[in-house]
Design a protein. Structure first.
Length: 202
């Protein structure tokens, strides 16, 4: 059983939904959660800005809120890992009766320790999970080309490749592009030769 993920924003989370659940499963094995939290994606135009909130955890509801506005999906996943450490702290009773008002990480020694722990364990959890995913799926999650296209376009392309391979039709797209380039070069050479002949006839 995994955590419940809700989306109360206009951001399409379908592209990262599997990664969210995969990351949660990894963190659950590492931290040993007793209860599953809720992860809620929200949009708040009033919160849009470079130094505004990215996420927060509500101990009583066991709810993680992730702000989506203007953020890279990887950054949102990293925020989830951070907040999951707070969820672990909450289950251990370390967040009982605490205050998270302005400046709490500087004014409250206990909460400063909780934040240090969340940054350290959350970032390392995310890094270990990310490296593991990349190691198992090198052509899916860390090829440079996927950052140049929309996730849905990339997914359609990958599906097309898998279907072609399944039915025995394999095509080297690099060689196809090379053939196109050679054809264009030959066409340009022919055009240049034709122009030279026309100039000579004048």
């Amino acid at each position: 059983m995994s955590c419940k993920v809700t989306n109360n924003s206009e951001y399409d989370v379908s592209g990262i939904s599997n990664l969210v659940h995969n990351l949660y499963g990894f963190a659950n094995k590492r931290f040993g959660f007793q209860k599953h939290p809720i992860i809620d994606f929200v949009s708040d135009t009033a919160n849009y800005g470079v130094l505004n909130k990215t996420a927060h955890y509500e101990p009583e509801q066991m709810k993680i809120t992730i702000y989506v506005d203007g953020r890279h999906p990887k950054d949102m996943l990293r925020s989830i890992a951070h907040e999951l450490v707070h969820h672990m702290q909450n289950e251990k009773g370390q967040l009982t009766g605490v205050s998270t008002g302005d400046g709490y990480a500087q004014k409250d020694d206990h909460m400063r320790g909780m934040e240090k722990d969340a940054y350290l364990q959350g970032n390392m959890c995310f890094r270990d999970w990310e490296d593991g995913v990349k190691g198992k799926n090198p052509t899916i999650y860390n090829e440079r080309r996927i950052y140049k296209m929309d996730y849905n376009d990339w997914r359609a392309q990958e599906l097309g490749k898998n279907l072609l391979n399944k039915w025995g039709f394999k095509m080297d797209l690099d060689k196809l592009n090379e053939n196109k380039e050679e054809a264009l070069e030959e066409e340009e050479e022919l055009e240049e030769g034709q122009e030279e002949l026309e100039e000579a006839d004048k």
